[in-house]
Design a protein around this ligand. Structure first.
Ligand code: BDP
Length: 699
């Protein structure tokens, strides 16, 4: 026995070394400073509290030999998994609350913040990561390697490496307050519910539970027929209901605290109740009734659109509003932040603030599907902050997206928020080191939706890069401030060089990387082609969603409807989202629309070049691996930004027939060239053209 155990430990160490798991990046924001000693007393002995104690012992940075009390109490000021931090005491109503309090304390010790008189309650009850991981190990829209959960349906056995990695994952999530994981793709294989796969689900749940994390599954609506062999998957059919009931029983036997189902139904070809003449409420409620006795929830996605609709932005609202009040209280409608699809910038979806009798939860995308995959720096907290703080005016001024979803205006029984994870098997988890900041930021905002992006960036940089060796003042001025500025600007830079002024969905097809404003093959669904969205013609640019156009503005509450209906009162960041405007339309800068567009693209390119300058200056503050990685990434991004900008400016110029303002940098690529290649493949490390790939690429 002993020999076997020590061999497997050695193998694990070798494996971790090969995978690079010993390196700093794998430790995320949890890099350990040598811990000081601490004496802990606790009135609770649960596994979760024991994990909290272990975290404290490993990370304590307070006074040496300090005494710390962990107390489970009954305190009405503390909600859900909240906690109080006071004079070396952490109080919470639940073991998870203790765990979150411990991580808050450890974080504050490292960032040098006050650790007394703190009451912290989570904004959302359920703070969930959605993994778009497939059973075969691939990750849809994942740019950080294969799945940490799945390797294929023939490889379901759980290894020591799996257990170790899932544990590290669980700790990272717990440290930022995430308490749920939906561990497979929303485009769900029915096989996910097979008994063999559920055994592995149980193993995953067993590792996550001691860190306060519930496991959820995405389910395929046609599972009763496809997996169960029934004739139908009609949600009102008695056999179908029986099948789901038996499945739920099987799951809860294995995973007693199973969180519930996430469902993508009647969306992008996925099956759903409409296939059987039923509606979203029929489908969601059937599942909700089955999960209710177990305390499970159904997260039913509102990401629906069809080729026939004249404006894709309208459809989710049109499909869901009629069912307001018809959903069970354990159904939550999961709504992407924007009405179209995780674009670099969208106004908030009108479904927030629309349904008054139905719980709605925001869905953000942490993985950078439309923001440069893992080749471009885009710190996404500012984007999420923008959505959460957008005023829906549903219940008068101040009814922000955060407030209408987090239970502070309506007394929803369940509140939740989801983020599509950017996590994979890469040793740095997220594809590039700074992408870890997006995982971190999502967790922090899900816990506290009032946090500012700047604070989150500040925390993350301190936790990730601050070295004890550095003089604190030097470090702040030399590293923290400039790098934070770069992070905070980075998403706006992506918007500027790819889709400024409210433009959206003008990326290259399918893989969603790089520019494709021209992409519109004859047989393509129009609502998948960029010209459908930008509507460029000789008269101007933009999608008319005003009352004279698709009238999407009417899905918002006043005063927004009137504001957005009028170009002059529409925030310029959303201008071409709501308006088709003449090339000569005068923008707030005083420039004409065409010139302003060119200026925006140019600005984006220059922002990235400034990031390069910023980064080169901080070389002495980071380890050489991190330095070189980011330097390469920014070089790649500068290349991509110029490609994007040139492609869009030259493409739109064919319609505007106006010169690029003479003071701006000229395009350096030919549009014919850019139209002929696959933008993912033209960059070669070092900044050269990847000639072999260009020659082979079909775009
Ligand atoms: C789109 C993605 C696609 C997802 C879909 C979704 O391109 O891979 O399946 O969203 O959210 O943006 O369901």
């Amino acid at each position: 026995m002993k020999i076997i155990r020590s061999t497997s430990v050695i193998l694990l160490i070798i494996f971790l070394a090969i995978k690079g798991y010993g390196n700093d990046a794998h430790e995320l924001w949890l890099k350990k400073q040598p811990a000081k000693s601490v004496v802990i007393s606790s009135n609770n002995k649960s596994v979760i509290v024991n994990n909290a104690i272990e975290a404290l012992k490993n990370g304590w940075q307070g006074e040496n030999n300090a005494r710390l009390k962990l107390r489970i109490v009954k305190d009405k000021a503390i909600n859900n998994d909240g906690f109080k931090l006071d004079n070396n005491q952490i109080k919470a109503n639940t073991p998870s609350g203790i765990l979150y309090g411990v991580y808050e304390l450890l974080r504050r010790q490292q960032t040098g913040e006050n650790t007394n008189s703190i009451l912290s309650n989570p904004s959302y009850q359920n703070r969930i990561l959605n993994h778009w991981d497939n059973l075969d190990g691939s990750v849809e829209r994942g740019y950080a390697g294969n799945s940490i959960f799945w390797r294929g349906e023939k490889d379901l056995a759980v290894t020591a490496n799996d257990l170790e990695l899932w544990k590290q994952y669980a700790i990272a999530n717990a440290s930022i307050g995430i308490n749920g994981s939906a561990i497979n793709n929303v485009n769900a294989s029915p096989k996910m519910l097979s008994s063999a796969v559920l055994q592995r689900v149980k193993s995953i749940a067993d590792v996550l539970r001691p860190f306060g994390i519930k496991t959820y599954l995405s389910v395929n609506f046609a599972s009763p027929a496809v997996l169960g062999g029934l004739k139908t998957s009609d949600p009102l059919n008695a056999d179908v209901i029986k099948w789901w009931k038996a499945k739920a029983d099987e799951i809860y036997k294995l995973v007693p605290d199973f969180g519930g189902f996430l469902v993508k139904a009647n969306s992008e070809g996925e099956p759903g109740p409409q296939d059987f003449g039923r509606n979203h409420a029929d489908g969601a409620n059937m599942m909700a009734d089955i999960l209710k006795p177990y305390g499970g929830i159904v997260m039913w996605r509102a990401f629906v659109y069809s080729p026939s609709n004249k404006d894709r932005a309208l459809q989710a609202y049109l499909e869901f509003m009629p069912f307001d009040g018809k959903f069970r209280d354990n159904v939550i409608i999961q709504v992407k932040n924007g009405p179209i699809d995780f674009q670099p910038r969208e106004p908030f979806s009108a479904l927030f603030g629309a349904m008054k009798k139905t719980s709605v939860m925001p869905e953000f995308q942490i993985t950078q599907e439309y923001l440069g995959h893992s080749n471009q720096l885009a710190f996404l907290a500012p984007m999420w902050e923008e959505t959460l703080n957008s005023d829906t005016y549903q219940n008068g001024e101040g009814s922000t997206v955060a407030k209408v979803t987090n239970g502070s205006i309506y007394n929803q029984k369940y509140t939740a928020i989801a983020g599509v994870a950017n996590i994979g098997l890469d040793s740095n988890w997220c594809g590039y080191n700074f992408a870890q900041a997006n995982w971190y930021a999502y967790g922090r905002l899900a816990w506290n939706d009032k946090l500012k992006s700047s604070q989150i960036a500040d925390e993350w940089l301190k936790l990730t890069f601050k070295s004890e060796k550095e003089n604190a003042d030097n470090w702040t001025v030399g590293f923290l401030e400039p790098v934070k500025k770069m992070m905070l600007e980075s998403r706006e830079a992506v918007v500027n060089y790819s889709m400024p002024l409210g433009l959206h969905h003008i990326f290259a097809a399918h893989h969603h990387y790089g520019p494709g404003p021209w992409w519109a093959p004859k047989n393509a669904r129009p609502d998948w082609t960029p010209p459908y969205y930008h509507q460029a013609d000789s008269t101007g640019l933009g999608f008319n969603r005003t009352k004279t156009g698709s009238n999407a503005v009417s899905q918002y509450h006043e005063p927004l409807t009137s504001q957005l209906n009028n170009a002059a009162t529409t925030p310029e960041i959303y201008l071409l989202w709501f308006h088709h405007l003449s090339w000569d339309y005068k923008t707030k800068s005083g420039r004409k629309l065409w010139d302003e567009l060119c200026y925006s693209y140019d600005k984006g390119v220059n922002q990235v070049r400034d990031f390069q300058k910023t980064w080169d200056k901080i070389e002495n503050y980071v380890d050489s691996t991190s330095f070189v990685e980011m330097q390469k990434l920014l070089k790649h991004q500068a290349f991509d930004a110029k490609v994007y900008s040139d492609a869009c400016v030259m493409y739109f110029q064919q319609f505007s027939k106006r010169p690029i303002p003479f003071e701006l940098e000229r395009p350096v690529y030919n549009i014919e060239f850019l139209q002929s290649i696959d933008p993912r493949l033209i960059y070669q490390e070092g900044g050269n053209f990847n000639t072999s790939k260009i020659l082979n690429s079909k775009h």
